[in-house]
Design a protein around this ligand. Structure first.
Ligand code: CP
Length: 318
C-alpha cells in the first residue's frame, strides 16, 4: 500500500504517524537526534545551519506547552525562520477553512508545517494538499497520532535502557482517547519490544486493542509486575463523551501510579509521562518527582528528536 509519509525512494517526506513508519527510519531519527545533544555539556543543543533559509510554520489549532515550544526551539537551533501562527487571533475565527489558511501560508513561502488539530486526519489532509516540496509534521491530530511524542519517548527509553528487544513496557490510563498511546504502541512494536502491556478500565480501552499487539490488563498490580518502563497517561477529559468514570478520585484509587504500585515494577524501572500531568489523578506527586521519573528529560530529548525529524525531512526531495 502507498505510504503517504514516504517519497518514491522510501525516504521520509512527511511525518504523520508511527503506524507504518519503518524501523529503519525510526532508528535513523533516534541516531540523528543523539548527534544534536551535547551529552558532555549537560544536554546542550548544538546550533547547526541545516535549515538555514527555510521557513517553518507552527500551526497549532489546539493548546500546547511542550510540543509547540520544543518545535520552535528545534527549528531555531537548525537556523530556520520560525513563524508561530496564533490561531486564536487568526482568520480561522472568521470562518476561513483549514486548507485556505494553509494556501495563504504557502503563498508566504512556507517550507514546512508543524500542525496540531483536534480532528484526526488534519495533518494527512494538509500533506495531500500542499506542493510536493513542502513537508508536513503531525504534532497531534485528534485521538489519532502524535508521532514526535512517540519518537522522543523511544529516544528516552533507549537512553535509559539501551535496547528495545529485552523490555517489558506498560502503558497506563486513558488509552481510548490517547493519540500518544496509539503512536507509542506502533513505535514500541516496530522497534522490537517483545511485551507491551496496556493497563486501563474497560471503558478507557479501544475495542479490539489487543489487535495492536498488546497484552491487556485491568488490574494495576498484575499489569505493573516486573515491567521495565511505565508510561502514564492523562485522562483526556476534553475528548470524553458521557461519563466513562465515576470520578477522578475513583480513577486514582484503582489506576493512580503510587509508590506502592511502582514497587511492583522492576527496581530500575523508569516512569514516563508525555505531559501535561494531573497530579493525584493518574500519578502521585511522590512518583512524579521521585528518582525513577524521567518526565523532564523526555522534554529535553524532545528538542533533539524534533531537530532530527525536521532536518531529515529537509534533506529529502519528493
Ligand atoms: N505531550 C504533549 O503533547 O504536550 P503539549 O500538549 O503541552 O504539547
Amino acid at each position: 500500500m502507498n505510504n503517504p509519509q514516504l517519497n518514491k525512494h522510501g525516504e521520509l517526506q512527511h511525518l504523520l504517524s508511527t503506524e507504518g513508519l519503518p524501523a529503519r527510519i525510526m532508528r535513523e531519527i533516534l541516531d540523528r537526534a543523539a548527534t544534536f545533544l551535547d551529552e558532555a555539556d549537560g544536554h546542550e543543543f548544538k546550533k547547526v545551519p541545516l535549515l538555514h533559509g527555510k521557513s517553518v510554520f507552527n500551526v497549532f489549532f489546539e493548546n500546547s506547552t511542550r510540543t509547540r515550544t520544543t518545535f520552535e526551539i528545534a527549528a531555531k537551533k537548525l537556523s530556520a525562520d520560525v513563524v508561530n501562527l496564533n490561531i486564536g487571533s487568526s482568520s480561522t475565527s472568521k470562518g476561513e477553512t483549514l486548507l485556505d489558511t494553509v494556501d495563504n501560508l504557502c503563498a508566504m513561502h512556507a517550507d514546512m508545517f508543524v500542525v496540531r488539530h483536534s480532528s484526526s486526519g488534519a495533518a494527512h489532509l494538509i500533506a495531500r494538499h500542499v506542493a510536493p516540496e513542502i513537508h508536513v509534521i503531525n504534532a497531534g491530530d485528534g485521538r489519532h497520532a502524535h508521532p514526535t511524542q512517540a519518537l522522543l519517548d523511544m529516544y528516552t527509553i533507549r537512553h535509559y535502557k539501551k535496547e528495545f528487544h529485552n523490555l517489558r513496557v506498560a502503558i497506563v490510563g486513558d488509552i481510548l482517547h490517547s493519540r500518544v498511546a496509539r503512536s507509542q504502541i506502533h513505535a514500541l512494536t516496530t522497534l522490537g519490544v517483545p511485551e507491551v502491556r496496556v493497563i486501563a478500565p474497560k471503558t478507557l480501552l479501544p475495542t479490539h486493542v489487543e489487535k495492536l499487539g498488546v497484552q491487556v490488563y485491568h488490574d494495576m498490580a498484575q499489569g505493573l509486575k516486573d515491567v521495565d518502563v511505565v508510561m502514564t497517561l492523562r485522562l483526556q477529559n476534553e475528548r470524553m463523551q458521557g461519563a466513562l468514570l465515576p470520578s477522578a478520585q475513583e480513577f486514582f484509587k484503582y489506576y493512580g501510579l503510587t509508590q506502592e504500585r511502582l514497587a511492583l515494577a522492576r527496581p530500575d524501572a523508569i516512569v514516563m509521562h508525555p505531559g501535561p500531568m494531573n497530579r493525584g489523578v493518574e500519578i502521585d506527586s511522590s512518583v512524579a518527582d521521585g528518582p525513577q521519573a524521567v518526565i523532564l528529560p523526555q522534554v529535553t530529548f524532545g528538542v533533539a528528536v524534533r531537530m532530527a525529524v525536521m532536518s531529515t525531512l529537509a534533506g529529502n526531495t519528493p
